[in-house]
Design a protein around this ligand. Structure first.
Ligand code: FAD
Length: 607
């Protein structure tokens, strides 16, 4: 079973991606060039990633005291990815890019996430380099970003610390000016950093010649104390190996040391590290302290980092989606081949009959349809958000601003909804396999383990929910929420005239009103502790409403297409979502609207 027909349908029939080539930036592109990119990525994913997905799980990264060792297959996969040009696909021709729309880049990257999510396809490196293109100096772009886009070096994001995960205001890594003339360094104002960064993905390896760490740190005040809050956080480039202004290695190792590898539940093809910055293990230029170059303005570190985090969040949502999709395809294949049980007829079961394949049982179909509706719906949402990114960057001013607002509201959903529901899809994929699904002889348990990360990193589920209800739906006098409601309403108005879809259109309209009413009720007292006490149920209801909208919109396109099994499948997945999933929002919104304090008020000693 191939992912490609689903990608093609969403990209071309639903989103009309080829029309992007009417824009100046994408004028050289067409469906042919998009297809060529998709063909290449599909092939590399099939040949260099998928066959090694189990290998990278069983052969975890290990540290021999000097180097981190990864399977040879990971080296080869990443080399093939870099050689395909995908690291710089969206960049200008002038710096060697393809000026590919992000919508197509995201679709092409879906093949890698499905084939082997943890072997990586450069998400961090591209995000890191994009941040430097947006906030770095000319020298920083030329020396660091360009060498990342070419695949010569890779990138990390170093935010978390052992004591500062969700609460980045507690970052304790400190940066002090590096001697006389520190401000005049051609690579940017030069500082010395000291501190520990926890959970850093791809923080140490031999896959590339150098590693460009982007590190959040605070500059102590005259009293030697670090300023409280996020306003004192700045951003620094800390290369593992020092380089000159031509991007050549100087031969000096920077003072960044691997303190240890984390041994994870899943996603084992990527190293995850505790890094010590400036502890003196590798004294450099006469002393301890990791050399780092300031990016952007002092105190603007988190704002710059958000540039990278929003892209990363859509990428995390896509990864969660494709892991769900991998489980769906595997369990569908299994269900088509596994004989077990007999159907119940009017006279009960007939033991003389041969067993049927499990796909013939209604409950197995329920589990498969749930997976299809979660994963194909989430993929449509991810591509819709990617299309908004293109609109934000290349649309007319009003359209670009509307896209920006929509992305503000949709990003927490694009990250969190697949992280929860495509993980549930992985659980259902195990269930379809029965006992076999719980063994390592089948791939589905690994998909679940790999996917379990996504509700944790890039802002936990709870933090995303507070961002949505506490900030995103309120910002700019609720303009983002209004823009989303207008889009949902436009879909409702189209669907209401289609007999097959009219009932669903009404259900979506009611759901939208319920979300709007609950948003108001949550904030009725203006008390954040009451409003946010049920932020996660709010996000679940909001997410289900968004997904119902996406499905109805997809169904409008499917419905207008010629009869086929794929058309039937899409319309049935949409119907499943409206009948089995959307009604769940009532329970979630009830506690939000009541500002129910059952959890918030629970006395600690009563647990
Ligand atoms: C495999 C992996 C890869 C990672 N990669 C990177 C990376 O490359 N770079 C990087 O910087 N970080 C990375 N992280 C770190 C990740 O972003 C953090 O784990 C995450 O932000 C949560 O921080 P924490 O683990 O300290 O948990 P905590 O912040 O301690 O949270 C624990 C629990 O408490 C909840 N909680 C915390 N604060 C609140 C609050 N105010 N209100 C309500 N609930 C709250 C959380 O939702 C969570 O459920 C990675 C983590 C993992 C596991």
């Amino acid at each position: 079973m191939s992912l490609r027909p689903t990608i093609d349908f969403l990209l071309y029939d639903w989103l009309g991606a080829p029309s992007l080539s009417e824009r100046e930036r994408f004028a050289d592109h067409s469906r042919e060039t998009f297809d060529a990119v998709l063909d290449t990525c599909e092939r590399i994913a099939r040949e260099k990633y998928a066959p090694f997905n189990r290998l990278v799980d069983t052969e975890e990264p290990r540290f021999d005291g000097e180097r981190v060792i990864l399977p040879q297959a990971t080296h080869e996969a990443q080399r093939a990815y870099a050689e395909s040009g995908m690291l710089s696909a969206a960049q200008d021709y002038a710096i060697g890019g393809m000026q590919l729309p992000y919508t197509v880049e995201a679709a092409a990257n879906a093949f890698f996430a499905m084939a082997s999510v943890s072997m990586g396809s450069g998400l961090l490196t591209v995000g890191n380099a994009n941040l430097l293109m947006a906030h770095g100096s000319e020298a920083q772009k030329r020396v660091f970003a360009l060498n990342e886009f070419s695949g010569r070096w890779s990138g990390t994001m170093c935010l978390s610390e052992p004591q500062a995960g969700s609460s980045l205001s507690d970052v304790a890594t400190r940066a002090v000016p590096d001697g006389e003339g520190f401000e005049a360094d051609p690579l940017g104002p030069r500082y010395r950093l000291k501190g520990n960064k926890m959970w850093i993905s791809a923080g140490e390896h031999e896959l590339t010649e150098n590693i460009v760490h982007l590190v959040l740190a605070k500059i102590p005040g005259p009293d030697g104390k670090l300023p409280p809050g996020v306003k004192g956080i700045s951003l620094f480039i800390v290369p593992k190996k020092l380089v000159d202004t031509e991007g050549q290695l100087t031969g000096e190792r920077n003072d960044v040391a691997l303190a240890g590898l984390n041994h994870k539940c899943g996603w084992r093809g990527t190293t995850n590290t505790l890094l010590n910055f400036g502890e003196g293990k590798y004294p450099v230029r006469g002393g301890a302290g990791a050399i780092g170059y300031l990016v952007g303005q002092l105190g603007e570190g988190l704002r710059c980092m958000f540039h990278m985090m929003n892209e990363a969040r859509i990428g995390v949502g896509m990864a969660a989606t494709m892991l769900g999709m991998a489980g769906y395809h595997a369990s569908l294949d299994y269900a088509r081949n596994r004989p077990q049980g007999r159907p119940v007829g009017p006279a009960g079961k007939d033991p003389a009959q041969p067993p049927v394949r499990i796909i013939e049982h209604a409950d197995v179909k329920r589990m498969l349809l749930a997976q299809k509706s979660y994963c194909e719906g989430a993929l449509a949402l991810a591509l819709y958000c990617a299309r908004l990114v293109d609109e934000q960057h290349t649309g007319a001013p009003d359209a670009a601003d509307e896209a920006r607002l929509l992305l503000e509201v949709l990003t927490p959903i694009a990250k969190s909804w697949p992280s929860e529901w495509c993980l549930e899809a992985n659980s259902l994929a195990i269930q379809v396999h029965g006992g076999y699904g719980y063994t390592r002889d089948f791939p589905v348990e690994q998909y679940w383990r790999d996917n379990r990360l996504n509700m944790i990193h890039e802002g936990t589920h709870g933090i995303q929910a507070m961002d949505l209800l506490g900030r995103k739906v309120l910002m700019e006098q609720g303009r983002g929420l209004k823009a989303l409601a207008a889009r949902i309403d436009a879909t409702v108005q189209r669907a209401i005239h289609v007999p097959e879809l009219a009932a669903h259109a009404n259900a979506l309209s009611e759901a939208l009103q319920a979300v709007g009413a609950a948003t108001k009720a949550a904030w009725a007292t203006g008390e954040p502790t009451q409003a946010l006490a049920n932020a996660v149920p709010y996000m679940q209801a909001f997410g289900h409403t968004v997904l119902a909208w996406i499905w109805l919109d997809v169904a409008l396109t499917a419905q207008a297409s010629p009869a086929s099994a794929a058309r039937t499948g899409r319309l049935r997945a949409m119907r499943f979502f409206f009948h089995y999933e959307l009604p769940k929002i009532g329970a979630w919104l009830a506690v939000v609207s009541r500002r129910d304090l059952t959890c918030a008020d629970m006395p600690e000693e009563a647990f």
